[in-house]
Structure formats: structure tokens, C-alpha cells
Design a protein around this ligand. Structure first.
Ligand SMILES: C[S@@+](CC[C@H](N)C(=O)[O-])C[C@H]1O[C@@H](n2cnc3c(N)ncnc32)[C@H](O)[C@@H]1O
Length: 269
């Protein structure tokens, strides 16, 4: 996952909600989900959310009024985007993350679902998939998520995908951050590394220090397995789904590499 620009965005074996064949859900979205807003402050997302909204609006044939976000997490993008749409629907696989987002975005519709398979039975003018797309670790999963997006995009509408990396831009990194909450605090180290550059996955290992309301501090480890694909794979899968594809570069000063590759899919009218 990407962390927010100043926090992260993706294990422990303790509790293992299954996220897909052979993959355990990261603890950050499971037993630790209530810590998300302290790890990744919604306020830090404002500039990036504005850039992505503008890219989406520019790609739509007419002004978009309805927004769907897949893998919406704690709603840190939605909180900045929602006021520009008549309605926003937020889908995430994690009940804990949906609960965090409901507090921040009570006026948005929240739906629990897997971006590979969810079908809402309606279309939206704009569809947004931020760093959650990183949890697609195989080409088959990425194609399934792209198909979900295509099915939910209205003719003349557009979709925006913002993976943390494509294969060509991946770089190992170590970052740290965290915030003070009202009665709790968190600091983390996020270590991005790739044990095998020939496959389509890489790892994030998080070390969290959690300061609890009674002042005790505990340390936790959380491993996230994420997907990374060449630009050409993205373009091929998007075109195969029926999108007209455009590639943008988003300046992302708080993340390495210094620019992120963003994929726009326009659905013909
Ligand atoms: C880094 S967080 C997203 C944070 C989000 N960008 C925000 O604005 O708060 C990644 C999210 O992807 C979700 N996720 C992972 N796999 C998913 C899937 N198959 N379908 C839907 N959501 C998924 C996780 O539950 C988690 O909430």
C-alpha cells in the first residue's frame, strides 16, 4: 500500500481474515484498523485528492456527478472529493476500514465488497481506485479489478487508477511517520522491498509503535504483499476491458519515486 503521503497506505498471523487465495489480510485493515487515522492523517491527502479529482473531471465527457471509489479504506481521499459530487459510494473489503470511513464520511454510501468481484448493479460517472489497487498481486486479479471498474463506469465516464508503483518505477525504500491522536499515538517504520524482481509482487514490512490511552507502548509487525506490473501490462488490460487509455504522471513529492504513473480509462459514449 502506499502510506498516505505522510503516513502509509499495507502480517501477522495472529488473526487471519483471508483476502484471497493464500493471502492474509494485513493487520492494518483488520485488528489494527482503528489506528488507521493516526497512521495516515486525512488532512495530508487534500492536495493529491484535488489533483486526482481534476484528472477524473477532465477525462469525463460531461461533468461527473456520481463517484465510486473501490478500496476506499479509511476514506481519506473521499473526505476531500465528496463535496464535488452529488453522491459518493465507497467500497472496501474490510469492515474495520469501512467503520473508520463511516465516521469521517457519514453522508457517503458504504458497501463491503471485493473489487475483483463486487457488482452494484448501476454505473457511475467517475470511478476512482487509489493505492488499494496495489493489493492486486496477480495479473488475473488486476484484470478482474479493471473489469469491475469498467462494468461500473457509465458511457462517457472515466476511471482513474493510482498504483504506488509500476515495475519501471519501483524502488526499495524505508520511510517513517505517524501522528498523535486524542488519547493514543502511533509511529511507524515502513520498509518497501522486493525479494524477487521477476515476479509481480513486492513487500511492505511495517513496524508500529502504538501508545495506548493508559500510556503503555506496544510494538507490532505487519507484512503486506502488494502487486507491481509493467506499464505495458496495465495498458493492455485496460484496453482489453474496453477503456481508451491515457497515462499521466502525478508529482508526488512525499513518495519515492518522485512521480507516480496514473492510468486514466475513458469509456466511450
Ligand atoms: C491503503 S488503504 C486505502 C486508503 C485509501 N486510499 C484512503 O483514502 O483512505 C488500502 C485499502 O484497500 C482495501 N482492499 C484490499 N484489498 C481489497 C479488495 N480486494 N477489494 C476491496 N478493497 C480492498 C483494504 O481493506 C484497505 O482499506
Amino acid at each position: 500500500m502506499g502510506v498516505s503521503r505522510k503516513g502509509p497506505g499495507p502480517s501477522a498471523r495472529r488473526r487471519s481474515r483471508r483476502a484471497g487465495p493464500g493471502v492474509s489480510a494485513p493487520r492494518l485493515y483488520d485488528d489494527l484498523s482503528s489506528w488507521w487515522p493516526i497512521l495516515s492523517d486525512p488532512a495530508d491527502y487534500a492536495p493529491e485528492a484535488m489533483r486526482h479529482r481534476k484528472s477524473l473531471v477532465a477525462a469525463c465527457a460531461r461533468r461527473p456527478r456520481t463517484l465510486l471509489e473501490l478500496g476506499s479504506g479509511g476514506g481519506n481521499n473521499a473526505v476531500h472529493m465528496k463535496r464535488h459530487f452529488r453522491s459518493s459510494t465507497l467500497v472496501d473489503i474490510s469492515p474495520g476500514m469501512l467503520a473508520v470511513s463511516r465516521k469521517l464520511n457519514p453522508e457517503c454510501e458504504h458497501v463491503q465488497g471485493d473489487m475483483r468481484t463486487v457488482r452494484l448493479g448501476r454505473t457511475f460517472d467517475a470511478v476512482f481506485v487509489h493505492d488499494a489497487i496495489g493489493y492486486m498481486t496477480t495479473e488475473k486479479d488486476l484484470a478482474a479489478a479493471i473489469e469491475t471498474v469498467h462494468v461500473h463506469t457509465a458511457p462517457g465516464g472515466a476511471a482513474l487508477f493510482v498504483p504506488d508503483y509500476v515495475r519501471e518505477t519501483f524502488e526499495p525504500a524505508a520511510q517513517h511517520g505517524g501522528h498523535d491522536g486524542n488519547n493514543r499515538a502511533l509511529r511507524y517504520l515502513m520498509w518497501t522491498w522486493d525479494p524477487d524482481r521477476r515476479d509481480t509482487t513486492y513487500r511492505l514490512d511495517f513496524a508500529y509503535l502504538l501508545r495506548h490511552p493508559d500510556g503503555t507502548v506496544t510494538a507490532e509487525h505487519d507484512r503486506h504483499t502488494l502487486g507491481v506490473f509493467p506499464r505495458a501490462t496495465w495498458k493492455r488490460l485496460l484496453a482489453r476491458a474496453g477503456f481508451k487509455v491515457k497515462v499521466l504522471l502525478d508529482p508526488e513529492p512525499d513518495l519515492e519515486p518522485s512521480a507516480r504513473v496514473v492510468f486514466v480509462g475513458k469509456k466511450p459514449q
